[in-house]
Design a protein around this ligand. Structure first.
Ligand code: PEP
Ligand code: MG
Length: 569
């Protein structure tokens, strides 16, 4: 069987099926003002009880799972959600459970339809608070399982789906892993599993229906594969593989606190890409030396209207404080393309990725952009912040953005509000036109950050979200490699720092190629850091340059990957 591996490692254990009750609307309407008032009281009490329950859970957590629960409290106290539910009770005379089901169901569907996997996975959190409210309204029973299966054997939890809270509150003592029918790679169940170092597979589909309690299961959280009742010989082989993995993980973990220095002394900095202040802890746990990309979209997505300057300031200040004086690059809003904002209507476009997106929107909606810049500037007194602007494609956009940056600084100066006067102002290099004029842009930007995710799709004219053409979206295409190399070279010639924050930075095959090009700063998903560090500390610049030379000789991306796989084997 196959699903999506979302938390690495091999788990071996007995299956334990966990069943969640499915609730649907009753359609029962309230009659009379008295009934409406009573239902509103019941709903308000359920909100209070839910918040109290979550607070109790938070105090029992010792890791970043507490932060996931904090966001649930934020969502429960969101006035838009509250108003929508109350309106259904008051105006449409729905009972509280039906109102909660309808509003949270609508929001879950809206979030699921977003293509950005991180944001679409937030649907699970909304579903989660909906379930908690239903539980406190007496409509929903907690997930159930056959208690007789509990044993001293490790267990593998099999379920259609689990809410983040189900996963957080489970007694994980005997649990070796999770196999879920539904879910995506960035669902919180996946995040909780990763935080707790527990192999997990999601998206297994209906094939899990055949699994019975007590079946012996093996799951491989790296490949997403799943075996039911394997033979003794197969089981022995899995046990051996698991031991080798544990040993490898121990070796990588031992690298956490040592600097990423090549054997010849070349120092490389490895940073994390994050979207929430809470992710900072996880970044440090993996040995990040700061944040190379803070995507601000999530901050905007979780609100029901544009966050105010004060709200943004608090978020950026918390981030600056949490970063413990390590550098943090905050990217201004990158909406459009695959990332809509529910409260910011955007006309339908023929080619959203080629349309009104990122800096293009910021330069049209100057007030929103200024608000964000002022909030980041104010927060810069609390840490080592840098400002990064996405999707710049020409000099004029850079200059216009810098003018607004100056205006934001002047406004703060006039109001006598302190900020870091030397805060660097850099640009993403993710549009081919920008890479080609990197020499010109480097004269006026304080730093570059190369976004290979977009650079690939725009260079190859292959939509990064379209499966049919995704094979073309290849960072090892010589055109993409040349653009990256040229950008790094021009940054160096102009003495400005250059970093790379696309997925390529966390790809072990790319590490030496990029180091060979002279890249000294890589920013990636935190869990990739130890693997990249392992490669860096075991190589030299000579080796990296040699690998790069060889790579640049090929004209076919598949020859490049084959060569890199061979030398990494
Ligand atoms: C990129 O394009 O490489 C990048 C890091 O930005 P995003 O993935 O947010 O578009
Ligand atoms: Mg991008």
């Amino acid at each position: 069987m196959k699903g999506i591996g979302v938390s690495p490692g091999i788990a071996i254990g007995k299956a334990l099926r966990v069943v969640r009750q499915k609730v649907s609307a009753t359609g029962v309407l309230l009659s009379g003002d008295e009934a409406v008032r009573a239902e509103i009281d019941r709903y308000r009490q359920a909100v209070k009880d839910s918040i109290a329950e979550i607070r109790g859970l938070i105090s029992a957590q010792s890791d970043a799972t507490a932060d996931i629960l904090e966001t649930h409290i934020e969502m429960l106290t969101d006035s838009q959600l509250d108003n929508d539910i109350l309106e259904l009770i008051q105006v449409r005379k729905k009972n509280a459970s039906d109102a909660v089901l309808e509003v949270t169901g609508r929001l879950v569907a809206a979030f699921r339809s977003i293509e950005d996997p991180y944001l679409s996975a937030r649907a699970a959190d909304i579903g989660d608070i909906g379930q908690r409210l239903l539980k406190h309204l007496g409509t929903l029973q907690p997930p159930s399982f056959d208690e007789s299966v509990q044993s001293d054997h490790p267990l593998i939890i099999v379920a259609d789906d689990l809410s983040p809270s189900d996963t957080i509150t489970m007694d994980l003592h005997h649990i070796a892993g999770f196999a879920l029918q539904a879910g995506g790679a960035t669902s919180h169940t996946a995040i909780v599993a990763r935080l707790r170092d527990m192999p997990a597979i999601v998206g297994c589909g209906a094939s899990l229906d055949n699994v019975m309690d007590n079946d012996i299961m093996v799951l491989d959280g790296d490949t997403g594969q799943l075996w039911i009742n394997p033979s003794d010989t197969e089981l022995a082989a899995f046990k051996q593989k698991k031991m080798a993995q544990v040993e490898n993980a121990r070796r990588l973990a031992s690298l956490k606190d040592i600097p990423a220095r090549m054997v010849d002394g070349r120092r490389i900095r490895l940073l994390a890409n994050i979207s929430r202040v809470e992710d900072m802890k996880d970044a440090f746990l993996h040995g990040a030396e700061g944040v190379g990309l803070f995507r601000t979209e999530f901050l905007f997505m979780k609100k029901s209207s544009f966050p105010t300057e004060e709200e943004q300031f608090i978020a950026y200040r918390d981030l600056a404080v949490a970063s413990q004086d390590t550098p943090v690059t905050i990217r201004t809003l990158d909406i459009g393309g695959d990332k809509p904002l529910p409260y910011f209507p955007m006309p339908k476009e023929q080619n959203p990725f080629l349309g009104h997106r990122a800096i293009r929107i910021s330069l049209d909606k100057k007030d929103n952009f200024l608000t964000q810049l002022k909030a980041i500037l104010r927060a810069s007194s609390f840490g080592r912040l840098k400002i990064l602007v996405p999707m710049v494609s020409n000099m004029q956009e850079l200059r216009a953005a810098k003018e607004l940056f100056t205006a934001a600084k002047n406004e703060l100066l006039q109001k006598d509000i302190s900020f870091d006067k030397d805060i660097p102002f850099g640009i993403m290099i993710e549009v081919p036109s920008a890479a080609v004029i990197a020499d010109l842009l480097a004269r006026e930007a304080d730093f570059f950050s190369i976004g290979t995710n977009d650079l690939c799709q725009y260079t190859m004219a292959a939509d990064r979200m379209n499966d049919k053409v995704s094979h073309l979206c290849d960072p090892y295409h010589p055109a993409v490699l040349r653009l990256i190399s040229f950008t790094i070279q021009q940054a160096q010639l102009n003495n400005i720092p250059v970093s790379l924050c696309g997925e390529m930075a966390g790809d072990p095959l790319a590490a030496l190629v990029l180091a060979g090009m002279g890249l000294e700063e890589f920013s990636m998903n935190a869990p990739s850091i130890p693997r990249i560090k392992h490669i860096i500390v075991n190589s030299s610049m000579d080796k990296a340059i040699q690998v790069l030379r060889q790579v640049m000789e090929f004209d076919d991306p598949s020859d490049i990957t084959q060569y890199l796989q061979d030398i990494n084997a």
